[in-house]
Design a protein around this ligand. Structure first.
Ligand code: FE2
Length: 270
């Protein structure tokens, strides 16, 4: 692996590394995701997501996805076939599916995690993101530490483009350098519910967002406090991506994070 530009990462809060994942591995992830979708029986899940009074069932399906492979639909995507209606698959693909496990634990990812200062990296969360043609939804501005909080903050995102991602099909957008600001919100468990807690009302800094164009196989590293977003995909081109979130085992993983894995201990790269 080429030297990681730690100076740029410290300055900007993100890195785009071209040609990180070989094309054959991009093929393998896309083919495996297609198989998982083909095997998935959408009946009950679609009911959970289409019926208004299913709030609790929906929350439970989401919460249980921390240690499972669950399927999430685009809101309002009722006419499309399942393969064109899904928003994402999550959140333990990297531990429960052999293909995702193998590729997520490539030595190159481990080496990069160590270069970034994660001394005891743990693979916490994985998501296969579809960003479907024409209906792929926007993801609003957020910090990943809102969802996956350790003290001190160590969450780091590895986002891999499985299709060329650009402004037309909803690539990542980021506010360079804004990872040096505070964590604004936490999404956490309060009793049996999940709620967003405001921690700091500092607005996002007045910086021009940058589009993180990423060719297929490129890796985007995202600092856990970096505000980022992605626009809706209005184009006819899909924009699949695979996102992996790491934490450092030396930090405390907060017990009220939404993602808990009582039945599936976290693993590192070994
Ligand atoms: Fe994110």
């Amino acid at each position: 692996m080429n030297a990681v530009n730690l100076e740029a990462y410290a300055r900007d809060g993100f890195l785009v590394i071209e040609d990180f994942l070989p094309q054959a591995d991009c093929d393998a992830l896309q083919a495996r995701a297609a198989e998982l979708v083909a095997e998935f029986d959408p009946g009950s899940v679609r009911t959970v997501f289409s019926t208004r009074d299913q709030g609790h069932a929906r929350d439970r399906y989401f919460q249980e996805s921390g240690q499972a492979i669950h399927f999430f639909f685009e809101e309002g995507a009722t006419d499309q076939p399942v393969s064109l209606a899904l928003n994402k698959i999550g959140h333990a693909l990297h531990d429960l599916d052999p293909v995702f496990d193998h590729i997520s634990r490539r030595p190159q990812f481990a080496a990069l995690a160590h270069s970034l200062g994660l001394e005891e990296p743990l693979l916490l969360q994985s998501m296969y993101l579809f960003k479907q043609p024409r209906i792929g939804a926007e993801v609003g501005w957020h910090q990943d530490a809102t969802y996956l909080c350790t003290q001190p903050s160590t969450v780091t995102g590895f986002w891999i483009a499985l299709d060329d991602a650009d402004k037309e099909n909803g690539c990542l957008m980021a506010l360079p350098g804004a990872h040096r600001g505070p964590l604004r919100e936490r999404f956490r468990q309060v009793g049996s519910e999940m709620a967003t807690e405001i921690l700091d009302t500092t607005p996002w800094p007045d910086i021009e967002p940058v589009a993180l164009d990423a060719k297929r196989g490129a890796l985007v590293v995202l600092h856990g406090l970096l505000p980022h977003a992605s626009a809706p995909n209005r184009s006819p081109r899909q924009r699949h991506a695979y996102a992996l979130h790491l934490i450092d085992a030396r930090a405390d993983y907060l017990p009220d994070n939404w993602l808990q894995r009582p039945g599936l201990p976290l693993r590192g790269f070994a």
